[in-house]
Design a protein. Structure first.
Length: 608
């Protein structure tokens, strides 16, 4: 094992000892000697099976049958989740084949950042993760279940499902992906049309045609954003079947993997004698594995929020510094848009997960000695699934990349490090993803231009006020201020200015997330402006240095003068309209971005 990986893992174990031991005691105490439904009062049990057919009712009365909860994020407005429409019936049928039962335990909401981008609904994004966690807990709260299957893919959905499932960590749980849509036009072509539209060189009709050729069918969007990063991390953590992440929807192989997931989850129940609950899979080693894979692939910066929140749900205290320390030694092995031109289907064809995991294991960057839903040991995940005469089989994956422009071995990595920086200075602490930022753009020192709304920046661009070097300070975008929306509405404008030769950067207490691209962006800055963080005291014209090489975020103003400034106030109408007022109580409970921007942090800290 690489010494840094061991060091960070041991640091996690030591720091989290009290909370992890309390968590394990909690879930082990919740685990029953037999099916929980067997301990219910007769009236409770009767209520729990009243909606079942005769066959399932009889099976559930026999305590050797497994009852599997199905929790789904299906809706047919999201392309990624539309394929889940028929999964519950497929799963129930597969379970009946082996004498077990599936019950649809509950649905969780699933919003699409792509649809809400730049709209008021985007401000519900982080809050939706917490709602999904709570909805998952409600679904599992009936004590009728021996195991669970989680159906979810996109940005906040998988983290929310994880957080909820981990609070029922005594249940064996498997995550069931739906797969990416087949490739449309290239992501570079899509981005080029967006920039031309921002400059007034492309019509709205051209823009719409481009977008609809990119997002065109059921399945996950094909760029390597938060949704596909979720899938990769679930597989590396051993919560998917090997090779399940990036098989396209509505294919025979996809259906076979879903059926096998239903069979496999029953093998992990107490009735099977091979009990393996999710709380014993997600530990310090599997979390470190997930961060290593995140860095090796240039994954979404949203996971600097999600992974600490997920870890805390399992009693583990993960920090940005842990993540950054791993980034220093984990090489970048893949270039998928926005870090390259390829999409996730190209990544899969070049060697995919089996090649990636084999390379990282052989380099000593992943813990092999972990629990997974496929059995003990991560080496099982160097195999990939195939159909052989209609039967699902696994074979060893490729030992060489089929396209080193997309996926490389450790020996010929794109970069010796993963590209995540913790940014720190007198403006606070944040993160920057530099894997998609050209070296000549990673350091910017320029006057500040201060904004409190993305539209203000767009209007300034159209008025010709941004034709210069500057650092855009987009403040009052943190979790407590307005729920921490993504800020991609600015990306085309900043990209155009960079292409015109200007030095531009972004500093914000908001998010840029999975599609963070070529603009140097110090994001998730905390303390956020809303609680009086330093960003609230930045004035127009102040010189700011954003150094993505050294990881510094510095305002070049006398310290006494800066401390004496009166903090600006945020927008007065934040949180009204589009349902945002319903989440005011939750915004007030959000922790800092570094603690996962979670409403549950204080509750989970009671484990200490």
């Amino acid at each position: 094992m690489h010494p840094r990986v061991l060091e960070v893992t041991e640091r996690l174990v030591t720091r989290s000892r009290a909370t992890r031991e309390a968590y394990l005691a909690l879930i082990r105490g919740a685990a029953s000697d037999g099916p929980m439904r067997g301990k219910l009062q007769c009236a409770n049990f009767a209520h729990g099976v009243a909606g079942c057919g005769t066959e399932d009712k009889q099976s559930l009365r026999m305590m050797n049958a497994a009852n599997v909860a199905i929790v789904s994020s299906y809706n047919d407005m999201l392309s990624a989740h539309q394929p889940y429409e028929h999964y519950p019936e497929q799963i129930k049928h597969a379970l009946r084949e082996i004498g077990s039962v599936g019950q649809f335990a509950g649905g969780v909401p699933a919003m699409c950042d792509g649809v809400t981008q730049g709209e008021p609904g985007m401000e519900l994004g982080i809050a939706s993760r917490e709602v999904i966690a709570m909805s998952t807990a409600v679904a599992l709260s009936h004590n009728m279940f021996d195991a669970a299957m989680m159906l979810g893919i996109c940005d906040k959905i998988v983290p929310g499902l994880m957080m909820g499932a981990l609070r029922f960590g005594h249940l064996p749980t498997i995550f069931v992906p739906g797969g990416p849509m087949v490739s449309g036009i290239s992501n570079k072509e899509k981005a080029d049309v967006r920039q031309r539209y921002a400059e007034g060189k492309a019509s709205r009709e051209e823009l719409l045609e481009s977008e609809m050729k990119s997002y065109h069918s059921p399945g996950t969007c094909t760029f390597y954003g938060t949704a596909n990063t979720n899938q990769l991390l679930m597989e590396v953590m051993g919560l998917h079947l090997p090779g399940a992440s990036f098989v396209n929807p509505n294919t025979p192989l996809r259906d076979a993997l879903t059926r096998e997931a239903a069979h496999q989850i029953t093998r992990l129940t107490k009735q099977s004698g091979n009990f393996m609950p999710i709380g014993e899979i997600v530990d310090e080693r599997s979390l470190v594995n997930s961060i290593v894979a995140l860095h090796a692939t240039g994954g979404s910066t949203n996971h600097t929020l999600h992974m600490p929140a997920i870890a805390m749900a399992a009693g583990i205290q993960l920090t940005w510094q842990d993540m950054a320390d791993l980034s220093e030694v984990v090489p970048t092995l893949s270039h998928v848009y926005p870090n390259g031109k390829a999409d996730i289907n190209h990544f899969q064809a070049a060697g995919g997960m089996s090649f990636l995991i084999r390379e990282l294991l052989e380099a000593g960057l992943l813990h092999e000695n972990v629990n997974t839903v496929a059995g003990h040991g991560l080496s099982r995940y160097t195999q990939e699934p195939f159909l052989e005469n209609g039967e699902l089989v696994w074979r060893e994956g490729p030992i060489e990349s089929l396209d080193e422009n997309i996926l490389r071995p450790v020996a010929r990595a794109f970069s010796p490090e993963g590209g995540l920086r913790v940014m720190e200075g007198n403006l606070g602490r944040g993160v920057m993803k530099v894997s998609a930022v050209a070296p000549e753009h990673q350091v910017v020192e320029a006057p500040a231009m201060v904004f409190q709304d993305q539209q203000d920046l767009a209007d300034a661009f159209k008025a010709g006020l941004l034709e210069k070097d500057f650092v855009a300070v987009m403040r009052f975008q943190g979790p407590r201020s307005n729920g921490m929306p993504e800020l991609h509405k600015m990306t085309p404008f900043l990209g155009v200015l960079q292409d015109r030769g200007f030095k531009v950067a972004l500093v914000t207490d908001g998010r840029m997330s999975g599609a963070s691209g070529k603009i140097p962006a110090a994001i998730h800055v905390c303390p956020e402006a809303y609680v009086g963080g330093p960003l609230a005291r930045v004035h127009e014209g102040d010189i700011i240095r954003v150094d993505g090489v050294k990881g510094t975020l510095q305002l070049m103003v006398d310290a006494d003068e800066f401390a004496a400034r009166t903090p600006a106030k945020g927008l007065l109408d934040n949180g009204i309209g589009c349902g945002r007022e319903l989440f005011g109580f939750m915004r007030m409970a959000f922790s800092s971005a570094e603690q996962g921007a979670s409403a549950f942090t204080s509750a989970l800290e009671t484990l200490k």
